[in-house]
Design a protein around this ligand. Structure first.
Ligand SMILES: Nc1ncnc2c1ncn2[C@@H]1O[C@H](COP(=O)(O)OP(=O)(O)OP(=O)(O)O)[C@@H](O)[C@H]1O
Ligand SMILES: [Mg+2]
Length: 242
């Protein structure tokens, strides 16, 4: 891969007060890739996702997206660069309907595509179509996850950030969501950077992956390489789904 990466995170340090959650992180995501980030609870995975989106901002290092330094850019301007995030814990708008949530995701400059894009999301997640007038907060956990991903897709992202898309979901739903991610990547060239507790599923899905420990990347490789690595197996895959 000789071309410039779509996303380049270099030496990033992020703090909560005096506590350093990211201790110099380097990560690259190239256009058209699915890249995953695995690691134990509290390793700093969500913090990295949020730092890419500018909240909290990195205190050291650099985040470059599509050739532009976004390290100190406000979150709403980063979103306009077409980085969409489906954050951990979903964070949909609970009092708005499914359809209204999707409208919020579309953003003003995408309104001309709204109908077409909503239909795409409904084809991907037929459950959302059935429930388009229901309030987000009354959806089941899995349905809220679908809505969160659907809302992120409505912005026609160049980069989709997914934080724990499988969290709390039944295996069959997880499988469906991962299949949809793969399909979007294959058919539409969507670039995806995802955080997952389900390391086995994530590594199987991904072109490349990073392992994070205590705010640092300790290992990287292709999904296949990491799946076969004894230390990864021992730490993240033993007793897992394989
Ligand atoms: N708002 C916050 N204020 C203070 N400390 C925080 C805050 N958010 C996260 N942290 C701390 O930063 C560290 C990294 O947290 P982070 O949420 O990034 O981990 P994670 O890898 O996503 O974990 P998990 O797998 O449990 O989601 C943790 O020690 C956490 O307690
Ligand atoms: Mg997290």
């Amino acid at each position: 891969m000789s071309s410039e990466p779509l996303l380049k995170v270099s030496g990033v340090e992020t703090y909560y007060g005096n506590i350093r959650a990211l201790a110099g992180v380097d990560v690259e995501v190239h256009k058209g890739e699915i890249v995953s980030l695995i690691g134990a609870n509290g390793a700093g995975k969500s913090t990295l996702m949020m730092t890419i989106c500018g909240s909290p901002q990195a205190r050291a290092g650099q985040v470059v997206f599509d050739g532009e330094d976004i390290t100190e850019m406000p979150t709403h301007l980063i979103a306009r660069r077409r980085i969409a995030q489906s954050p951990e814990g979903r964070r949909i708008f609970p009092r708005m309907t499914v359809l209204e949530n999707l409208q919020m995701g579309a953003g003003l400059d995408n309104l001309k595509y709204f109908k077409e894009d909503v239909e795409k999301v409904f084809t991907m997640f037929p459950r959302l179509k059935e429930r388009q007038s229901q309030r987000g907060g009354t959806l089941s956990g899995g349905e809220q996850q679908m809505l969160s991903i659907g809302r992120a897709l409505m912005s026609r992202p160049k980069l989709l950030l997914l934080d724990e898309p499988s969290l709390g979901l039944a295996p069959l739903i997880v499988k469906g969501i991962f299949e949809q991610i793969k399909r979007l990547n294959k058919e539409e060239g969507l670039t995806v950077f995802l955080v997952e507790q389900n390391a086995f599923a994530a590594l199987k899905l991904s072109d490349r992956a990073y392992v994070m420990v205590n705010g640092k990347v300790t290992m990287s490789g292709t999904g296949k390489e990491l799946l076969a690595d004894p230390s990864v197996r021992a730490a993240y895959l033993e007793g897992g789904h394989h």
